[in-house]
Ligand binder design. Sequence first.
Ligand SMILES: Cc1ncc(COP(=O)(O)O)c(C=O)c1O
Length: 346
Amino acid sequence: MTPNGDPFLPGPTFAAPYHLSGDPADSEYTYGRYGNPTWTAYERAVGALEGGQAAVFGSGMGAVTTLLLALLEPGGRIVIPADAYFTVRQLAHELLPYEVREVPTDTAAFVEAAGDADLVLVETPSNPGLDVVDIRALAQASDATLVVDNTLATPLGQRPLALGADYVVASASKALTGHSDLLLGYVAAPDLDVIRSARNKLGTIAGPFEVWLAHRSLATLDVRVERACANALRLAEAIGEHVPVRYPGLPGDPAHELARSQMDRFGCVLCFTLPDAGAADAFLAASERVIEATSFGGTHTTAERRARWGGDDVPEGYIRMSAGCDDTAALVDDVTRALADALQRS
Ligand SMILES: Cc1ncc(COP(=O)(O)O)c(C=O)c1O
């Protein structure tokens, strides 16, 4: 039992070196790049959610980079999605010493490519395309190390390790922390010695204050995700009456059946296509609730015209929207009014 007087969540520990005499192997904490009690507490919680151990990083990209460098020798063959988070593709092509193959987020394409790969990284649902890959089928299809980016679903929506993935990697900057005020990432797996050792060397570490804030946010993860997913579904239904929409939770969506078979919740992100860039910009200007911003998973509803970045193969009028925790009726009202406005003008 926790002793009386202990705080529910101990405050962050700020330390570079720790007091350390004698043999460093006798102390859990020696130097701040190797470990921190605030990380340990958060890692236990995230590990429990993902069903393995977890290691925290300063950003999702820090987690991806560390994972890939830790697991593969130079010249290793990796398969990555052609249509998922574009900075991962830039990293793989521009900075990492691997043979990179890109395939679309599609189970058959990944299974085929996995055959002669050392490592396969999928993002499911993919972002911003919202396609889904069958994690179980891919895990059984080859001996390649299977890494699943679980950013969009969160461990409350999908548990890739239980479905056969070897590693989970994710940005915690999105729904897992959910307040749009920090950057963080994590890796989860049954054993993380190799990953932690790589983190020590690469220095891809997180600050204790961010980790503490992230731990605090876990207390509301379930209610935030539940409201956001419900809002995303309602928005997808309403928007889908007027323009093409993608949301894996929507019956009739091409990814729905597969998503249902491996996801408990379908995430807060929906995407829809307006006729052109002008209509998309008009929609964003007309909405009073939807904040124009990149990223996703926050308590506020946000959206952006995704093609403005230039990294994704999407139509000019493609909007990626992240449903927040708004009052559902007020949000749907606002979005349908803004949509009608934008469509009338175009
Ligand atoms: C699916 C996915 N993975 C990884 C990342 C990278 O995470 P971070 O921005 O925390 O570095 C992002 C960021 O948008 C993402 O959307």
